[in-house]
Every structure is written in structure tokens, then in C-alpha cells.
Design a binder for this molecule. Structure first.
Ligand SMILES: [Zn+2]
Length: 175
């Protein structure tokens, strides 16, 4: 279990030259794009980053991130605890054209003025690793299957003015 904070602004080429490892916690509350995707989060992500130079001379970061988040259930929208984690391999580049030369095993990360903001890197990885959909177990979900089917019926009965036959008439009129 990590207890220290991950440094946010680093010089990744220097770290790679020295084969450094950085590890620490990053606050999920500092990630506005993540909040936009799945709602505001509290808690921490645990992050491990190895700065490396491979046999081809590429500077990169081998990383792992994991965090417990509160993701909205697709059915009832009540947040549920969900583990999100990712292993990744980043290639450090200083221009878009260099990014295009990276092999497909590497995700490019643009480094400007020798500086890299690790908060943004970790946030990107978490967003990329979000599950497509999360559901409560049926027993725990606020919306049971019965409510779902009766709910659908209720929606139909709320608009009695338009019977299915009227809808058909509209459709025929258009053709
Ligand atoms: Zn639910």
C-alpha cells in the first residue's frame, strides 16, 4: 500500500536516463475529465511508473495504475464501487511526427520543454480503462427487472393520446 504522493511535474528524460521508478498516490478529485466521464470521484489512485530506455533507445514509461471508483450503475444510476486498473507502456516523444513512428505497443506521450504532467497521464490511463458498463447485482440494484418492465409500460401509458395505431398512421403518411 502506497502512502506518499506521486510527484506531478517531472522531467521524464532525466528519469529515464537514470532508470528511475516513481510510485505514489494521486487524488481522483484532481481529475476534471474523469469527473466529466463518470461523475465526481474521491479517493486515490495508486500509481507505479518505471522510466526506461529500451534496446532501441526509446525513452518510455512502464506503468501500472489502480483505483477504486464509484461508477454509476447503468440501470439505476446509483454509484457502485468498481475497481479500475491498467498496465500501460508509454513512449516519450517531443513531436506528433515522432509519435507516428512509435510501434503500436507504445502509447505516445508528448513531452514539452522536458516536462511531463503525471496527473494528466494517470487521468488519461484511468479514462481509457473505464469499464464500458457497470451493473449492480440484481438483488442490490435500485431498479429490479420487474420495475424495468413495468416502468416501460408506465412510459407508454403516460402518452395515451398516441396509440400504436396512430403511430402507424404517421409512418404510412410519410411514405
Ligand atoms: Zn443499479
Amino acid at each position: 500500500m502506497l502512502t506518499s504522493r506521486l510527484p506531478i511535474r517531472v522531467e521524464p528524460y532525466k528519469l529515464a536516463a537514470h532508470g528511475e521508478r516513481l510510485e505514489g498516490l494521486v487524488s481522483l478529485a484532481d481529475m476534471p475529465r474523469l469527473a466529466e466521464a463518470v461523475g465526481a470521484q474521491s479517493g486515490e489512485a495508486q500509481v507505479w511508473l518505471d522510466f526506461t530506455i529500451d534496446a532501441q533507445g526509446r525513452r518510455g514509461i512502464e506503468g501500472h495504475v489502480e483505483a477504486e471508483m464509484q461508477l454509476p450503475c447503468r440501470r439505476c444510476l446509483v454509484p457502485m464501487a468498481s475497481e479500475v486498473e491498467s498496465d500501460f507502456l508509454l513512449g516519450l516523444v517531443t513531436s506528433d511526427s515522432l509519435a507516428a513512428e512509435l510501434p503500436s505497443t507504445h502509447e505516445p506521450v508528448l513531452v514539452e520543454n522536458e516536462q511531463l504532467n503525471l496527473l494528466g497521464v494517470v487521468e488519461d490511463e484511468l479514462i481509457l480503462s473505464l469499464p464500458q458498463v457497470v451493473y449492480h447485482d440484481e438483488a442490490e440494484c435500485q431498479v429490479s427487472r420487474d420495475q424495468l418492465s413495468s416502468g416501460a409500460g408506465a412510459v407508454e401509458s403516460e402518452s395515451p393520446a398516441e396509440s400504436p395505431f396512430d403511430v402507424l398512421k404517421h409512418l404510412k403518411g410519410k411514405h
